[in-house]
Design a protein around this ligand. Sequence first.
Ligand code: FES
Length: 333
Amino acid sequence: MDESNNNIKEPEKRAFLKGAGLSIAALLVGGLSIERYAVPKDRSVPVMDNFPLAILEDPSGQPVTTSEVIEFAGAKTTTTSSPILVFNYPLQDEPTFLIALKGVKITTPNTPPSSGFAPVPSGTDAPMDGIIYDSTTNTSILAVSGICQHLGCVPPFLDYHPGQSVPFESELIGYKLNGAGVKKWPDYGLIYCKCHGSQYNPVWGGRNLYNNGPAASPAKHSLPQIMLATDSNGYIYAYGINSSNAVIRTHLNFPGGETYGSGVKSEDLTGGTAIRQSTRSLPANLSLYKNTTLESVAPSSLGTNQSSGAIILYKTTVVSNENKNGLNWKGTF
Ligand code: FES
């Protein structure tokens, strides 16, 4: 691995608006793929050959804690996560949603529900691998890629709309707030792509492609789930992508293109722009759900990106479109 590419000085600006503008253009010309624009131009330069272990920080450089994310989600006791929180992972300029779902314990569905809204699985099931679950507030913290798996639109055109904040564009395809015999917007909300109408159900975790609305999603795959862990301080780390889920669609260098299965654990990230390295110390242990059991594991067991046998700790910044509850996390996108 070429470490020189891991000290990239470019600011943590996000290319959301650039991508969003391209997405509008794609919409206007009838669904022209923006993928060839969304893929970084420098994808011939080796960056990292496996997923990075990254600590999530706020715009001031302080580690983000689980309690802050829950606080940011607001005082509601039902599902909500507004305004949206976004960080880049696994590469720079690859947005990922950080969503706190109150009143929901996300578990691993045996099979994705095929009809109805059926949002909340049995309360006795264990939380899904890779989520953070706070039993005190019955809140699941979930991270999923913010790159639409149809043609690659990104926030704010791909956005989570909690509760009854039904976007106008989804009403156009037939969603209704109320009324018999119509498809109602789920109370827990959906991730909705305004480019062409793909819908993703965040309470289904990594199996989130949603086709139970009035119109099917043009996307064929779920938003890849980014795996999360915490340390003894409650700091949040991202450490990979759920291998049961699709590889991020814009990672065209993956052999054979889009795929499922164990190969995703070591997806080829060659050629993208790495997120920045952190100067913080590695946590001694990380707490995470693995095979539906809460485990304490050493970072070295995660199989994340290393150099000369040492784990490299990266960092990525969580931003929102506004400040909230005393947390100044407003960022540029
Ligand atoms: S890019 Fe087409 S629905 Fe999202």
